[in-house]
Design a protein around this ligand. Structure first.
Ligand SMILES: Cc1ncc(COP(=O)(O)O)c(C=O)c1O
Length: 445
């Protein structure tokens, strides 16, 4: 670690910010962070899935700099500005179907709040359904919707009401009795898997909420903080059918899965599913705070002026950064790169997991990839092993590879490289992971 040459003591920062690595970063380029001693760290966290275009992409940086010399704040309730108009227009055309409308805000949580407010306003219904293991943010409303881990919501009761969760299809963690190991991971359908999410959905609507009162269900197409859980391919299309049957809006939270991360612009596009509202943030502006929703235009038109908003929503510099980000994504074919690099990475990880009984599952889509750790020989073979995760991440850090954990028990290592990552970087990360697994005692049997 770099010494704190002349910097204030780190205790000046509230301890509520946990920290994955003790790195004093000075600058970044592509997949790399460079610390104050000039050491290079391979950043496979992407700042939690944000810098999809890589750190400080020159085109994005130039767009930000150019905009900053012209206008820094052109408030959305007061004036129009060109980057904002162009971005709204462009985002209203990224999804098939439509017509779509766009609303911009700053953080992911804020955009989820917007989706909930819109769903309630448009349907005049009150209940919001969520999936267990989901993460939607840490504001009051989004805490109530988050069940990925109790650290995010425990100690903060009472939380806003009329939010209920139902089961997400997790093949690896499906009920034991009927579990079919061959269905784990990226299986094509729920056949053979006992996750029974559809039975649970039905039960929820017979025991907890009446479908007539449900405004919307929100779903991450792949659970993020909940452990990078890839549902079976049939899940989203079936959920779309079920919601249409009952007049329930489908909100896709693509804050982590969106902006090319999974090898498509948005993860719902893998299944040809059209949500009513799609929430985006993170990758949209390469690191500047920008988020928003893309919603059916007929829904967004039910929002009367003033019923939602915020001082900074659609900030002009953030919009300029987002336009440059979208250009870079197209010019450098970043979604395609995510698919190609992701497939290579996943295959490499599957080879690393061979013969290592502490790795229970390897899964992912595009560059959203996970290793789930278990305690070999304990229970039914799926006892979560957060200690192994900590050790492997620490060993990877020693070798200057930055990684994050996920999962309700922190039993998962998630790998979120910038979408610009190269084949050579993927090979390097696999080599470091191989060494880190051995050094952390996750050895081949
Ligand atoms: C799926 C999902 N939803 C919502 C959020 C909240 O976003 P933010 O931290 O920008 O409020 C996150 C952040 O990690 C997320 O991954």
């Amino acid at each position: 670690m770099a010494a704190s040459k002349g910097l204030p003591d780190k205790s000046v920062i509230a301890a509520v910010w946990s920290r994955a690595a003790n790195v004093e970063v000075e600058r970044g380029e592509g997949s790399w962070l460079i610390d104050r001693d000039g050491e290079r760290w391979l950043d496979y966290t992407s700042g939690i899935g944000v810098v999809n275009t890589g750190h400080a992409h020159p085109k994005v940086a130039a767009a930000i700099a150019a905009q900053a010399t012209k206008l820094i704040h052109g408030q959305q309730n007061i004036v129009y500005h060109e980057p904002g108009l162009r971005l709204h227009d462009r985002l209203s055309r990224v999804l098939d179907g439509g017509p779509w409308g766009v609303f911009l805000s700053n953080s992911g949580s804020e955009a989820v709040e917007a989706a909930v407010k819109l769903a309630r306003r448009a349907t005049k219904r009150r209940v919001i359904l969520t999936f267990r293991g989901g993460y939607h943010g840490r504001t009051a409303q989004t805490m109530a919707m988050t069940t990925a881990k109790n650290v995010y919501r425990g100690h903060f009761e009472p939380l806003p009401g009329s939010v209920y969760s139902t089961a997400f299809p997790s093949c690896f963690r499906a009920p034991v009795a009927a579990r079919d190991a061959s269905a784990a991971g990226n299986s094509g359908s729920c056949a053979g898997c006992s996750c029974r999410w559809e039975d649970e959905w039905d039960l929820t609507l017979h025991t907890i909420a009446d479908a007539e009162d449900v405004a919307a269900v929100i779903v991450e197409p792949i659970l993020g903080e909940g452990g990078y859980v890839v549902p079976p391919a049939g899940f989203l299309p079936r959920l779309r059918e079920l919601t249409r049957e009952r007049g329930i809006l489908l909100i896709a939270d693509e804050i982590q899965t969106g902006m090319g991360r999974t090898g498509r612009m948005f993860a719902v596009q893998h299944q040809g599913v059209e949500p009513d509202i799609l929430v985006f943030a993170k990758g949209i502006a390469s690191g500047l705070p920008l988020s928003g929703i893309i919603a059916r235009r007929d829904l967004i038109e039910t929002w009367a002026p003033g019923t939602h908003g915020g001082t900074y929503g659609g900030n002009v510099i953030a919009c300029a950064a987002a336009l440059a980000t979208l250009d870079v994504m197209e010019e450098e074919r970043l979604t395609e790169n995510a698919a190609e690099r992701g497939a290579k990475f996943l295959a490499g990880l599957r080879a690393l997991a061979q013969g290592r009984p502490a790795i229970g599952d390897v899964r992912g889509l595009g560059l959203m990839i996970a290793l789930e750790f278990v305690k070999p020989g304990e229970g039914d073979g799926r006892v979560p092993n957060p200690d192994a995760v900590k050790r492997v991440i620490a060993e990877a850090n020693k070798r200057k590879l930055l990684l994050l954990s996920a999962g309700s028990y922190a039993q998962v290592i998630r790998i979120i490289p910038p979408l610009v990552t190269t084949a050579a970087e993927v090979d390097l990360a696999l080599k470091i992971l191989d060494e880190s697994l051995d050094a952390a005692g996750v050895k081949r049997a």
